[in-house]
Design a protein around this ligand. Sequence first.
Ligand code: ADP
Ligand code: MG
Length: 671
Amino acid sequence: MRLRELKGIGEKTEQLFAKAGVTDTSQLPFYFPRSYDVFREPVLVGEIDEDGVYTIYISVFSDVEQKTLKKLTVTTVFAVDEQGSRVKLTWFNMPFMKNSLRRGCMYMVRGRVVCKGSLVTMEQPKLYTPAEYEQKLHYIQPIYPLVKGLTNNMVIKAVTQYFAIDKNKDNFEYMPKELLERYELMPLNDAIVHIHFPRGTDEMFRSRKRLAFDEFFAFFMQMDILKGKREYLANECYITEHEEVLRLISELPFKLTAPQKKAYDEIMADMSGSRIMNRLIQGDVGSGKTIVAVLALVNAVLSGYQGAMMAPTEVLAKQHYDTMCRLFDEHHIPVHPVLLVGSMTAADKRTVQEKIKNGEADIIIGTHALIQNKVEYNNLGLVITDEQHRFGVNQRSMLAKKGGHPHVCVMSATPIPRTLAIILYGDLDISVIDAMPAGRLPIKNAVVGEDFRPNAYRFIINEVAKGHQAYVICPMVEESEVSESENVKEYTLELKNKLPGISVEGIHGQMSADMKNEIMERFASGQTQVLVSTTVIEVGINVPNATVMMIENAEKFGLAQLHQLRGRVGRGDAQSYCIFISTSKKKETKERLDIIGKSNDGFYIAEQDLKLRGPGDFFGIRQSGDMIFKLADIYTDADMLKKAKDCADYVITHNMQNNLKKTFTDEEIML
Ligand code: ADP
Ligand code: MG
């Protein structure tokens, strides 16, 4: 059914939904909330120990003040809670609030509380009478991912209507009763309704668990199909080790670490073996995965094949391209790398594509542009994907269509505990690079509060004076407040003031690829000394001269992501530092951040993180952007991951595929 047929949705709203990926009402139940807003019991001002949304029962004791700053009207009033603690209430561009407030009157107010020193301010609060609030109490409001123009209320209304109309029509459940009982699963219909409108936190968690299970289950079923197809694939691209590569290894400015050498040997054994390679190289950030990939690529070329390396971002692809060009040049390696990324002009792309097609180009580096239909390879023998979780099924079949079955190697720095890795990567062989290059000094960490910020800036000034560089990860913004780009711009400006004479630049995800490349190039060349960034910087970037990473709002990130961010420094010989700034005073947050403050070992951190997390953390923190599951999180939902694996194995060994009211094919995008 078209969305327009729902009440209150016209052509315009329909277009907004389309932008968010919803073009038919049947997609609405699967447009899951990204988080929830719970109407909790009112609190006293003294109980607030962290910024956040609260409800307070207050009595207004001042007159309403209204000021206009630039084009902004600010309405302010002062109040006290039941114990007499002061709180300031402010509204922006809501001059009519003046008429709703009276000195001496009592209100329930709900809004975002910001504590600056001893002053507690509530921004844009909504007013309720105690009776109204009583009605709302414990209500859990879904918060949906939005696009510009689409409001949360629009989505709530649409989803509500969908369930009202289609309540009995859709039966989402595909699991037979036997399996539902065996694996103690909540019925899928309930889970889908309650993920949108849970009547309590317990219902919310249980719904989420069921949906996480389904995502993992689909993954394992598809993987099984894939495995069946792969097991018999004979090696058609016979790639062996060449003299030139041995020479290159001996000429490198460093000696390969033992696990680097082992991973390289395993790759070479695979590529010269009887079956095609499907290997995962797992190694912590900075462990030196790139060089292993490069050596494999050169061997592929010297064996008469083309090799491709795919990176998740243009910035990273460009960096790999530059690194390789320099290396091949310096050591006279007879290969011809090209770069193929989306932001190139059509003409440039055509030229490169022509070179790929006629075989003139033998190492092809790029983003997903590499597997697009327009790219025809001459003789592709090896594909390496960097910093990607896995290679999707779709992508594999895209490559297969390009002729032949190239060897596939996936490189990942995601520190997945061994037990989970074996489950997740059941169809891949794994090499682990578990040692850092010799001579690296461990990164020194500091977990500190906001009052440390001036010291951090001074520290950066000192490091820059020594010729080093620094990254600063911007504070996070609420989606509703300012845009990501505004936020980076503002912080960059502020930092320029705080760091006089130092060149500071900002980078964020909404910039064009060209712009990002230019900024990264200036930073990599040392022209820019301090780079302000959002988390776009997290994957792969290698600027060994950077020695400081300062992370604002560290409390809002998952530990695995913080570890990735920190991995941008400590890549050279100099001592590096990571400063985690936290605005939270909560004990649990402090404990969590202390884990990363005290260890530089990604695997240890991931394991500790897993142990520390309770069910309450579900929606607070997403581990990282590179997770491909829509809702499930391999860390927090590790229990469901295991269950789904068991269930998939059970279905397959008992030949129950036909008992499922759903088929799983390898055409679906899996990852
Ligand atoms: P990651 O594993 O995070 O992708 P990179 O491959 O980017 O790490 O390597 C990080 C840095 O370490 C690079 O500057 C690289 O040249 C350097 N490096 C790689 N291997 C070694 C080694 N065995 N000894 C010293 N430095 C190395
Ligand atoms: Mg890397």
